[in-house]
Ligand binder design. Structure first.
Ligand code: ADP
Length: 342
C-alpha cells in the first residue's frame, strides 16, 4: 500500500488497512516486510523490543525504507498487541552470497566499521518467483540455474543456483544495479566524488539525485514505463534512447549471470514492468539467442495474471513470466516460523 493523500504516513496507512479488515476475521499473526536486515537478520524473526532496537541501529543502512518499516511495526504492534509480529527481510534471501560475491574492494577498516558489503534486496520476490520457476522447470533442484528479473520502479536481477542466490544486482543499498524508475543503478564512483568535490552539490543533494532524479526519469522525463513505451512508439527520441539504456543494462546482467551460473535453465520476469510489458521483455532479451534465450511473439503478447512460459517450445532456456506475490511469501514465512496453519 502506498502513502497517498489520505495516508500521509506509513503509520496512517497501516491504521487504515487494519480498519478495512472485515469484522469476524481473526488475525493470528502479522508479517512485516523489512527492507534491510543488515548482517544480523537473515531469517524471519519474531519482533520484540530488542529486535526493534537492533533494527533502529540498522536504519542508516536503508534511510529511505527501514524508518518507514519501523513506523508500520510500531503502529501494528500497538493496534494488535496480543498477536505475534514477525519481520521478514528483503535482504535475507541473499545471505547465501559467497564472500567473493558480497565483498566490496574498499579498505578493510572502512568496510568493517561501516558494514559495507553487498546485501541485495527484493529477496522475498526473487525467492518466491524462483521457487515457482523451479516447479515449472521440474527436474532436480540442485542442478537448476535460474536468473530472476524483478522489474518495477525498483528493479533488480538475481542469479540462483540450486535454489540459493549466488549474486544479485542491488548492493550495499537498493540504488545499485539496473537502471530504475528514478534510481541510477550502477554508477562510476568517480562521478559522485567529482560532483561532491566541486560546487555542484552536497551529500543530501547527491543522495536525492541518485535515488529520486535519475534512471528512466532522468533519461526520458518520465518514470512510468507505460508512458515511456507509448512515447517511444510515437518516435520520441529521448524515450527511444532511454529504453535502449534500460535494456542494455539488463542484457549486460543476464550475460554476466549466465557466466557466473555456467548457463541458464530459466529466465524469469516479474514486477510491474516484467509482468505487464511485452515490449520491455522483448527489449530485455534482444540478441540473447546465443544463450538459448528467446521470446515467442504470440506468447509474449498474451496477457494473464497466471505464471506462464513465453519462450518457444524446444527452447534451451525457458523464459517465464511469474507474477510476484511478496505479501503471500511474507505471510507464508510468518506462518512457517510460528507453526500456524494458513
Ligand atoms: P514498485 O517497484 O513501486 O513496486 P511496480 O512493480 O508496481 O513498482 O512497477 C511499476 C512500473 O510498472 C511502472 O513503471 C509502470 O509503468 C509499469 N507498469 C505497470 N503496468 C504496466 C503495463 N500494463 N504495461 C507496462 N508497464 C506497466
Amino acid at each position: 500500500m502506498g502513502t497517498g493523500e489520505d495516508t500521509p504516513t506509513h503509520g496512517d496507512a497501516i491504521t487504515q488497512a487494519l480498519e478495512s479488515i472485515p469484522s469476524g476475521v481473526v488475525i493470528s499473526a502479522v508479517g512485516h516486510r523489512v527492507v534491510h536486515g543488515g548482517e544480523k537478520f537473515v531469517d524471519p524473526t519474531v519482533i520484540t523490543d530488542d529486535v526493534v532496537s537492533a533494527l533502529e541501529k540498522i536504519s542508516p543502512l536503508a534511510p529511505l525504507h527501514n524508518p518507514a518499516n519501523l513506523e508500520g511495526i510500531a503502529v501494528a504492534r500497538a493496534a494488535l498487541p496480543d498477536v505475534p509480529h514477525v519481520a521478514v527481510f528483503d535482504t535475507a534471501f541473499h545471505h547465501t552470497l559467497s564472500a567473493a560475491a558480497f565483498t566490496i574492494p574498499l579498505p578493510e577498516e572502512i568496510s568493517e566499521s561501516e558494514g559495507i558489503r553487498k546485501y541485495g534486496f527484493h529477496g522475498t520476490s526473487h525467492q518466491y518467483v524462483s521457487r515457482v520457476a523451479s516447479t515449472l522447470l521440474g527436474g532436480a533442484l540442485e542442478d537448476q540455474r535460474i536468473i530472476t528479473l524483478h522489474l518495477g520502479n525498483g528493479s533488480s536481477v538475481a542469479a540462483i543456483r540450486g535454489g540459493k542466490c549466488i549474486d544479485t544486482s542491488m548492493g550495499f543499498t537498493p540504488t545499485s544495479g539496473l537502471v530504475m524508475g528514478t534510481r541510477s543503478g550502477d554508477l562510476d564512483p568517480g562521478v559522485l566524488t567529482h560532483l561532491l568535490g566541486g560546487e555542484h552539490m552536497n551529500v543530501s543533494q547527491a543522495q536525492e539525485m541518485v535515488t529520486q532524479h535519475s534512471g528512466l526519469l532522468a533519461l526520458t522525463g518520465s518514470s512510468d514505463f507505460r508512458e515511456i513505451t507509448s512515447r517511444a512508439n510515437g518516435g520520441d527520441e529521448r524515450a527511444l534512447l532511454g529504453l535502449e539504456v534500460w535494456a542494455w543494462r539488463i542484457r549486460h546482467y543476464i550475460g554476466a549471470y549466465a557466466a557466473l551460473l555456467g548457463g541458464v535453465d530459466a529466465l524469469v520476469f516479474t514486477g510491474g514492468i516484467g509482468e505487464n510489458s511485452g515490449e520491455g521483455r522483448l527489449l530485455a532479451t534482444k540478441g540473447l539467442e546465443f544463450l538459448g534465450i528467446s521470446v515467442d511473439p504470440y506468447l509474449n503478447s498474451r496477457r494473464s495474471v497466471e505464471p506462464r512460459t513465453i519462450s518457444p517450445s524446444q527452447s534451451e532456456t525457458s523464459v517465464f513470466v511469474i507474477p510476484t506475490r511478496e505479501e503471500f511469501e511474507i505471510a507464508s514465512q510468518t506462518a512457517a516460523l510460528l507453526g500456524t496453519s494458513r
